[in-house]
Design a binder for this molecule. Sequence first.
Ligand code: 13P
Length: 337
Amino acid sequence: MDTQLLEKTARELVAAGKGILAADESNGTMSNRLEAVGVSASPETRNAYRANLFSTIGYEKYISGVILFDETIRQKMPDGRKIPDVLASVGVHPGIKVDTGAKDLANHDGEKITEGLDGLRDRCKEYFSMGARFAKWRAVIEIGSKKPSDACVSANAHALARYASICQEQGLVPIIEPEVIMAGNHDAQSCYEVTSLILSATFEQCLIQGVHLPGALLKPNMIIAGTSCSKQITREEVALMTVDCLTNNVPHNLAGIVFLSGGQTDEDATAHLNLMNSMDNVHPWELSYSFGRALLANALKTWAKGDEKGSQSVFLHRSKMNSLARTGDWDSELENN
Ligand code: 13P
């Protein structure tokens, strides 16, 4: 394992004022999102939408890496250059989603296990040769009656650690993403408890598998009440509970933390990150973003109307807002400027 390369890449991914763009929606998810805004989905429209994002002038000031899907890493820009080469040419690390999706967990109704370990070493080798320097694997944990089960927590924690270890062997920084999803009527305390459970199980497995934590990133959910819970908490409480949960369950030598947005509004995701980064030095990590929807939802809607430049401006604006949240310098007033 080339620990120096891994640590360098990981540090660059959480460099000051920068975060990650998650543009790795699977073909199915991306197609649904395109159809939802009235665009017929095809390899060509998926390519056109993403190529427009990657043509945004100056986004590299706020974005350190872009997570791609298998289809996209093989696609080209309109001028014929390969997408990973174009990202790297402006100092943005190409990343790649390497899991093959969350599938039903046997004998556990409604629970998921993320698959993709078979053949992973060879796929990582190929992605590295195409320019990828980091990877993502997302586990899905749902809160509900008797959920998550021990089986779900331990199987997903094990898979995340195996994935991370294989990636590191092949020179890719693993983003370890155990997402406790927002759907449900659970309160914030339940989210805190389940997140603690999956984080501690995941890092226990990482220790067993010998994952090199200074060359790895964690992509967690924030601590938020379920979307249909009647008792929502304030932004300040989200920030406090999230940092507390991480401090209690995440090893301090990890390279950094890059949150997912998980269906929060754009402004909530930014405000929560901003508040966490405004606290006095209570945590040892860089706290950054690896947002999908909170960076792109409005950019997609604007692109669907045929306004390519407008879509780039929306993407650039959200990137800048989240960049400011890295240092606690965001303010809601800036949203209207
Ligand atoms: P969201 O920010 O839309 O949750 O997406 C991040 C991601 O990559 C989920 O795996």
